[in-house]
Design a protein around this ligand. Sequence first.
Ligand code: PEP
Ligand code: MN
Length: 337
Amino acid sequence: MLIVMDSAASAEDVRRVVDTVVGLGLQAHAIPGAQRTAIGITGNKGSVEAGAFENLPGVAEVIPVSAPYKLVSREAKRENTIVSVGGVAVGGPQVVVIAGPCAIESEGQALEIAQLVRQAGATLYRGGAFKPRTSPYSFQGLGEQGLKILAKVREETDLPIVTEVLDTETVDMVAEYADCLQVGARNMQNFSLLKRLGRVKKPVLLKRGMSATLEELLLSAEYLLSEGNYQVILCERGVRTFSDHTRNTLDLSAVPYVQRISHLPILVDPSHGTGKRQKVLPLSRAAVAVGADGLIVEVHPHPETALSDGPQALLPEMFVELMRQVRALAPVVGRTA
Ligand code: PEP
Ligand code: MN
């Protein structure tokens, strides 16, 4: 159930509704919007009696929410959510481009790539300090040392940092350094991690699991919002199919679908989505054309020596070209870049 407040409702009116919800033994989630506040109700087993709220002062409408996801839905909030990542607006008019290596390998490597992507026009920097690897013998990331390098990158380039958090034990540590915490595809349904991140005061970039439906993606986002974190960015990064010409199958139709049912921003990751550097540029164009709020791409000047994901890393000049094309395309779909 969703209670939509009148645009003229006072803070006192909102508080009265919240108190009434809590009095019924349920949870209330006030979602402030540009025009009005909506209050989502969760915790009910069956339907909630609308009559308990309809006549309270300031209440405009009581809407039963049929979708399994409530707080992430457009029913809860009509206008797009804009998430600020270290001052960069994600979900606004600008198509954001997050770029950097798959993994932080050394200070020199991280800084070299950061200078280069910043010069080309990237707005955020990515790089993993904790890497989820299929094999336990593969490079696992530099850990806290990698986070310290990321902090240095931000200091030197002013680019806010997006980096992955692998488990609940390291949430506080990663949150101390990062501007945005990435939940990787393999962790999309790590519910204890999601609940913990729901209580963190930093934005979360939630990647779609490699076999997850969009309903499952949105329900994972719902975990974050229901714990109080509304700064959530979704990311389509390809799913596993029978196709074997690419590493994954980049499901670009997810973008308009998610945008219809949710107010959260959605990015596209054509690097993991294809696994091949030659395919990153065409799929980036397609992502912008389909209306994605931004891209997250991997860049490496020496991919042959990269400690992870070398085959999909863009060479510096390819990233420059990507930025040029994104800037040219964005206005066609009413955006900037
Ligand atoms: C990554 O961004 O480097 C990564 C591991 O992504 P995913 O979780 O989408 O595989
Ligand atoms: Mn990677």
